[in-house]
Design a protein around this ligand. Structure first.
Ligand SMILES: C[S@@+](CC[C@H](N)C(=O)[O-])C[C@H]1O[C@@H](n2cnc3c(N)ncnc32)[C@H](O)[C@@H]1O
Length: 291
């Protein structure tokens, strides 16, 4: 499984959905201008889960421009959104790529564009945008990239809503020896270059809060932790395997056997149905000050 393939995004979907801070879109809605459709820019949209979570919460007329570097994920976005719309009682117009509904009132069009966000030269299509958003993206980006993003958003006076940024906290139940060492190694790995320069990793949300406040934004942060249930064995196993791999890449050769042992014991606990994992995330809303 690649880091961001369709199966992985589907597997994490239910935990993402439960974790999101429900009050931030409500706070945002109160600050949005009534009238023309809200133009939303979704960065690193994947298969569109951010749109599906936010569009009904914001309600009204919206036009989403969804950017991702991965064409395969973008190709899935319309189908995933259609399946969601039908399951949620919305109407889906495949030609116009439009979701409509009466309760909550929603009239939302979506456009996808293959776009590499990483290069310094990447000019974000931010003109006329009324909301810049992303989910599960920020921990990949660098300080330089984030600073540039915030200054572009500030210039456009665009609110920012960033959901589900990993913050480095992981709690296991039952606890095992080795948990702390593995997660510390994972968090070091998180700071490696993920294409945007040295990644902010678990520090990304805190940096965004500081950068946005410095640009005059009013900032609200919530915890949005994954609370992964005993029954969610596939998600737990995928995480444990991924963490073990990352920790091995960070660890000395002499520590590899201990990490492999940790992985085996953790996976056995998952299989027995007695493992729960809490993974720390943050949601952040930044509203520009009124002129
Ligand atoms: C963890 S996934 C999150 C996807 C989606 N926002 C969600 O919440 O399900 C991170 C996304 O960032 C995208 N991404 C990573 N690097 C990127 C880049 N340089 N330019 C554009 N998108 C990128 C990946 O393709 C992937 O879809």
């Amino acid at each position: 499984m690649g880091d961001f393939d369709v199966d992985w995004l589907r597997l994490r979907g239910p935990a993402d959905e439960r974790a999101r801070a429900a009050d931030l879109p409500v706070l945002l809605r109160a600050h949005l201008a009534k009238g023309p459709p809200l133009k939303v820019l979704d960065l690193g949209c994947g298969t569109g889960s951010n749109l599906r979570a936010l569009a009904p919460a914001l309600g009204g007329a919206q036009a989403w421009l969804c950017l991702d570097v991965d064409a395969e994920l973008l190709d899935r976005l319309a189908d995933e959104t259609q399946a969601w719309a039908q399951a949620s009682g919305f109407a889906w117009d495949a030609t116009a790529r439009r979701v409509t509904g009466a309760e909550p009132r929603l009239d939302c069009t979506l456009t996808t564009r293959r776009f590499d966000l990483a290069p310094d030269s990447a000019e974000l299509p931010i003109d006329g945008i009324g909301l810049v958003t992303a989910s599960a993206l920020l921990d990949l980006v660098s300080e330089t990239w984030l600073t540039r993003l915030v200054s572009q958003c500030a210039k456009a006076r665009a609110p920012i809503l960033m959901a589900l940024t990993y913050d480095g906290r992981v709690a296991f139940e039952p606890a095992l020896s080795g948990d702390r060492e593995v997660i510390e190694a994972v968090n070091r790995h998180q700071r490696r270059d993920k294409g945007f320069g040295p990644a902010l990793g678990p520090g990304a949300n805190a940096r965004l809060a500081i950068l946005a406040a410095a640009q005059g934004y009013w900032v609200e942060v919530r915890t949005s932790d994954w609370r992964i249930r005993r029954s969610e064995r596939e998600l737990q196993s995928a995480l444990i395997r991924g963490w073990s791999r990352a920790a091995c890449e960070e660890a000395a050769a002499s520590d590899q056997a201990a990490i492999a042992h940790w992985e085996a014991v953790r996976l056995a606990a998952v299989e027995r149905g007695c493992s729960r994992i809490n993974v720390g995330h943050r949601d952040l809303l930044a509203i520009p000050s009124r002129a």
